[in-house]
Design a protein around this ligand. Structure first.
Ligand code: TRP
Ligand code: MN
Length: 450
């Protein structure tokens, strides 16, 4: 039996159109935009309401300290990079980190990609000027092209459809890889053994050997369940481009309630979380679990106001606060925020984004981050929550499965010279495969020290 939506629910989904929406492109062709939106509205959902509900329950568990979220992937996905190899490497990286964290934290790890929809980017300026020529800023592959030409930089609604189809094929591969035996625990652990066998990473051998023993113990006990052969893997992206999110919203026939079926989990960035803005209004009306990014200047009252708008009834797992304070500020700024929110009583899942508060520019001009700062922010996140008796619920990481050189440091000591070797990102610098695994092992070391 299917439940019809309340007419007010449908109307409400369009209320954002009357509000100010930050960070939206100026589409030159309004007619084509309308046609594309109509087309998107007829296409099948990319994810299902029941999956979003299952994720909400898992995030609620993470908020209580009974699970841990690992959310990782590109700063900005690129259509041309949605290849089987790149996607596979990214999934492998997240899974390898997940095995280490599952063991180290003795908790189920919720695996989530910044994948299959992470195509739209907020920018600090609408335009970019080079040698006296001014063009629209690059807002991600879903809006315009990266090359500094009028043809590329003009926002093109056709790209919304390309984003949908590229997300669909990415998700198809994710679903195949995570259920078809590729993601089996033994196999992922073998990849980790390959990593720690490299003398450069011998520091992590001991933890890998412990995991090995634990797995052999399980095998000796006859543990051979299906659960070890597959994983649930969720798709997430920043809910930025409302001309994409709105048409992909569907009414769940079980409940008559709307879900944004472009991804399981959507987060709202610092630049679009104005309380009376279009984004908060729109996302307040869909049932998906949501994240909001909070930077170092966020006040406790702002956090409470966001809870009033996005999770007034305090439904567990509905709202995740993703803090991005910077290594230098987290120990100073996070405590007051967590105390204020905790006193309110409505549950929040706290997640650490140790990437976006730690950007620097190398002397050679690259936008980069220091691996040591990333680790230090994670350490600060655990310290603050431990001191307050609250729960560190997960990590939000920008990473790629490939061997890029975008973040300084790590055992391979990428230095300022080294950045130029393989710097590929169009937006923010990502941890490479090895740095990502090191992060996971170092988090286990941090958890042991506490
Ligand atoms: N299904 C379990 C889980 O997701 C165990 C598991 C199978 C696993 N393959 C994995 C855990 C790969 C981490 C990584 O936790
Ligand atoms: Mn980024």
């Amino acid at each position: 039996m299917s439940v019809e939506p309340d007419p007010g629910v449908l109307e409400g989904l369009d209320a954002w159109e009357g509000l100010s929406a930050e960070q939206q492109p100026s589409w030159p062709d309004a007619t084509r935009l309308r046609q594309v939106r109509e087309k998107l509205a007829t296409l099948p959902p990319l994810v299902f309401a029941g999956e979003a509900d299952a994720l909400r329950a898992k995030l609620a568990a993470a908020g209580r300290g009974e699970a841990f979220l690992l959310q990782g992937g590109d700063c900005a996905e690129i259509f041309a990079e949605a290849t089987a190899d790149r996607i596979r490497h990214k999934i492998m990286t997240v899974l390898q980190m997940a095995v280490v964290l599952t063991y180290g934290a003795s908790l189920p790890v919720i695996k989530m990609g910044r994948m299959a929809g992470q195509y739209a980017k907020p920018r600090s300026a609408d335009t970019e000027t080079r040698d006296g020529v001014t063009l629209p800023a690059f807002r991600g592959d879903i809006v315009n092209g990266y090359a500094f030409t009028p043809a590329d930089r003009t926002p093109d609604p056709e790209r919304l459809l390309e984003a949908y189809h590229t997300s669909a094929s990415t998700l198809n591969l994710i679903r195949a890889f995570t259920t078809g035996g590729f993601a089996s625990l033994l196999r992922v652990h073998e990849w980790n053994r390959g990593f720690t066998a490299n003398p450069a990473y011998s520091r992590y051998e001991e933890i890998a050997a412990e995991i090995d023993r634990a797995i052999r113990f399980m095998a000796a006990c006859g543990a051979d369940f299906d659960a070890l052969r597959a994983v649930d893997f969720y798709a997430s992206h920043e809910g930025l481009l409302l001309d994409y999110e709105r048409p992909l919203t569907r009414i769940d026939s079980r409940t008559g309630l709307p879900y944004d079926c472009s991804g399981h989990f959507l987060w709202i960035g610092e630049r679009t979380r104005k309380l009376d803005g279009a984004h908060i209004d729109y996302f307040s009306r869909v049932q998906n679990p949501l994240g909001v990014k909070l930077g170092p200047t966020t006040t406790g009252d702002e956090a409470l106001a966001l809870m009033d708008r996005l999770n007034p009834n305090g439904e567990p797992g509905r709202l995740t606060f993703i803090t991005r304070m910077g290594a230098g500020l987290i120990r100073d700024r996070l405590p007051a925020l967590v105390e204020k929110v905790t006193a309110d009583g409505r549950p929040i899942t706290w997640v650490c984004d140790p990437m976006h508060g730690n950007g620097i520019v190398s002397s050679s001009g690259y936008k980069t981050r220091r691996f040591a700062d990333v680790i230090d922010e994670v350490a600060g996140f655990f310290e603050v929550h431990r001191a307050l008796g609250t729960v560190p619920g997960g990590l939000h990481i920008e990473l790629t499965g490939d061997d890029v050189t975008e973040v300084l440091g790590g055992t391979e000591e990428i230095d300022e010279e080294g950045l130029s070797r393989r710097y590929e990102t169009r937006v923010d610098p990502r941890l490479n495969h090895q740095q990502s695994l090191e992060l996971a092992f170092q988090v286990v070391e941090l958890l042991r020290r506490s």
